[in-house]
Design a protein around this ligand. Structure first.
Ligand code: ATP
Ligand code: MG
Length: 636
């Protein structure tokens, strides 16, 4: 078992754990009381599987809890320290944000938006995005944020699905120094949609745009509009937002989240995982177009009245030190990012981060994919200077917030590189076999959730059947996460990759993360993706794709030999790949996750399916070429 890092903060809070274990419903009820409700609930949980209703009858408002509650004490405190990709900056205090949100809420009302209507937001990472989300939630409109890197056809599907009355966009957005035209893309996407009544356009770049009768400029609308708009008391179950998943395993799913339960989950987990203090400067690098951005850039930090950095652009633009530069500039104390970003930073070596003052950091976080232990150690050593806990947070768009994570704000717990440690209090998570039976320690199986939790999705938008089929059909009474995992003898969880991607060789099952982490621990390797392809003799053989670090001098033959012997020693001969390919990039979603299903589909001559969330088509071409070479060589 890997080394332990005993660097938790605070005391082990057995009382909280005991309470949560004895009665999870009362436990969450107590957490919910930390928010401000307009009227209390009659019933804490109405569980009619697979539909959970939390805090039934309670009235609450997300925008009120994010903004109004802080005005007495923190109106002048910075809420958002915004950094533009081009070096511009803006500071919005809690009062600024409150005023902007109320004004925009009045604008939306004046354009006919009512409680329950949907509004699509297709905006870059500029303060107008959280302002728009909070303005929607203030009046009970359900927002649907679409990542601003998506094409017209991807956004057309999502706008059609949500039947949004209004789309809020910008003339353009900056990405790696160039301007991405957003308004033009929206025009293309909605040209046949009569149900879209208006488009609101923010000015971010100097891109020329053509306005139609439906189009209104943000700045014009915000002139002469009242700064007062009372927050609407909404049912706890009121749909706060629709958000489409990353699409790593297939067509994105329109996840629908409610209000009271979701906010309770975020309020608790943000405090427990990040041990948030009034003096902190929090920086989460996620784009708001993904769930991490919704939960831990917008709602959770604001519920706590925290100060946060919001960055507009690519993490390595104009150079790979951009993140370290931002941390130094704003004295960031908590940094939350992804394994993909960390592997990219690692590729450039230690000298870059070492040339910045990162001493303000006291806590680090990661989310999105299993973190390779080697990458964890680098993060701990080079960025955290061996003094900061790393919270490896496992969760999904569907779960709303973290479900497995170290919780330095709650308890002391030794960390193990590569493990998300234990579930948060108040949830019941297990690793089970095909029949839903709990597996003994250190046995691989499927990660399931046995009780409803407050951040749980309400359903998939407009598709209860798909909701049931996707999450509640493999096991009758458990939520099926689709992830493969083990729980060790200390009760720590290790995520091994997607259940669909599990490698089956010679009667053994190996999670993709196990083999990839072994490959990535080789000194010259930056990144790796593995998949199984059908084989007439063995049933399945393993193929590995490897991206090398910058300036690697060794020949591919030598590297291949070294990697194979490493795999044999660390895992065993059965995990030896039939072929190792060295490529310069891997196919990823726009949220930075490796799309192994594409590798598998190409290799098995299957259709590659929905690629609307694919980051870079060139990576697919590279993989395709590699496979064609493999097929040719096998025919010889
Ligand atoms: P789709 O469901 O459309 O295929 P997706 O699952 O990638 O896309 P998200 O909801 O963004 O969409 O990602 C959740 C998934 O990310 C989890 O199911 C898990 O596989 C992975 N994940 C997230 N955090 C972690 C983590 N800390 N450790 C391991 N895996 C993680
Ligand atoms: Mg998923």
């Amino acid at each position: 078992m890997p080394d332990l890092y005993d660097i938790g903060l605070g005391n082990f809070d057995t009382e909280t754990r005991q309470l949560a274990n004895s009665d999870y419903v009362s436990f969450w009820e107590n957490q919910a009381k930390k928010l401000v409700w307009f009227s209390p609930w009659d019933k804490t949980l109405d569980w009619n599987p697979p539909f959970a209703k939390w805090f039934v009858g309670g009235k609450i408002n997300a925008s009120y809890n994010a903004l109004d509650v802080h005005q007495a004490q923190k109106s002048e405190k910075p809420a958002i320290l915004w950094e533009g990709e081009n070096g511009e900056s803006r500071i919005l205090t809690y009062k600024d944000l409150w005023i902007q949100v109320q004004k925009l809420a009045n604008v939306l009302k004046s354009l006919g938006i009512k409680k329950g209507d949907r509004v699509t937001l297709y905006l870059p990472m500029i303060p107008e995005l959280p302002i728009s989300m909070l303005a929607c939630s203030r009046i009970g409109a359900t927002h649907s944020v679409i990542f601003s890197g998506f094409s017209a056809s991807s956004i057309r599907d999502r706008i059609y699905d949500s039947k949004s009355k209004i789309v809020i966009t910008a003339d353009g957005g900056y990405r790696r120094g160039s301007v991405v035209k957003l308004k033009e893309t929206v025009d293309d996407a909605i040209k046949d949609f009569d149900f879209v009544e208006n488009t609101i356009v923010c000015k971010r770049t100097k891109t020329e745009i053509t306005l139609t009768d439906k189009d209104k400029m943000w700045d014009d609308l915000m002139e002469n509009v009242s700064e007062k708009c009372e927050a609407e008391p909404l049912d706890s179950l009121h749909p706060l937002y629709i958000l489409y998943t990353s699409g790593t395993t297939g067509k994105p799913k329109g996840v629908l989240h409610g209000t009271g339960g979701y906010l309770t989950h975020l309020h608790s987990t943000f405090k427990w995982a990040f041990d948030i203090k009034n003096s902190d400067v929090f920086f989460c690098t996620a784009d708001i177009g993904w769930v991490t951005g919704h939960s831990y850039v917008v709602y959770a930090p604001l519920l706590h009245g925290a100060t946060e950095v919001m960055y507009e652009g690519a993490p390595d633009f104009p150079n790979p030190s951009r993140m370290w530069d931002i941390i130094q500039k704003y004295h960031v104390t908590i940094f939350y990012t992804t394994p993909t970003a960390l592997r990219m930073f690692m590729k450039f070596g230690d000298a870059l981060p070492n040339s910045f003052d990162l001493s303000s950091i006291r806590l680090l976080g990661t989310v999105g994919e299993p973190i390779n232990p080697e990458v964890w150690r680098w993060y701990y050593r080079t960025i955290g200077k061996e003094k900061c806990p790393i919270v490896d947070t496992w969760w999904q768009t569907e779960t709303g917030g973290m479900l497995i994570s170290p919780l330095p704000g709650l308890e002391t717990i030794p960390l193990k590189p590569g493990s998300g440690t234990r579930p948060i209090p108040g949830v019941s998570i297990s690793v089970v076999d095909e029949n839903g039976i709990d597996l003994p320690a250190n046995t691989k199986g499927y990660l399931v959730i046995k009780n409803p939790w407050p951040g749980m999705l309400l359903t998939l938008w407009g598709d209860d059947k798909k909701y049931k089929d996707t999450y509640w059909s493999k096991y009758a009474n458990f939520y099926y996460s689709g992830d493969y995992a083990i729980k060790d003898e200390d009760g720590y969880f290790w995520l091994l990759g997607r259940a669909d991607d599990v490698l089956k060789v010679a009667g053994h099952r190996i999670g993709t993360a196990e083999l990839e982490s072994c490959i990535v621990s080789h000194h010259d390797v930056a990144e790796s993706a593995v998949c199984g392809i059908p084989d007439e003799v063995k049933g399945e053989v393993i193929i590995a794709f490897v991206v090398l670090k910058e300036n690697t001098q060794k020949s591919s033959e030598l590297l291949e030999k070294e990697l194979i012997s490493k795999i044999r020693v660390d895992i065993g001969a059965i995990a030896t790949p039939k072929q190792i390919y060295f490529v310069s990039k891997l196919p990823k979603t726009r949220s930075g996750k490796i799309m192994r299903r594409l590798l598998k589909a190409i290799a098995s001559n299957d259709k590659i399916g929905d690629v609307s969330t694919l980051e870079d088509g060139a990576a697919v071409t590279e993989v395709q070429t590699a496979f064609e070479e493999l097929q040719k060589s096998m025919k010889k």
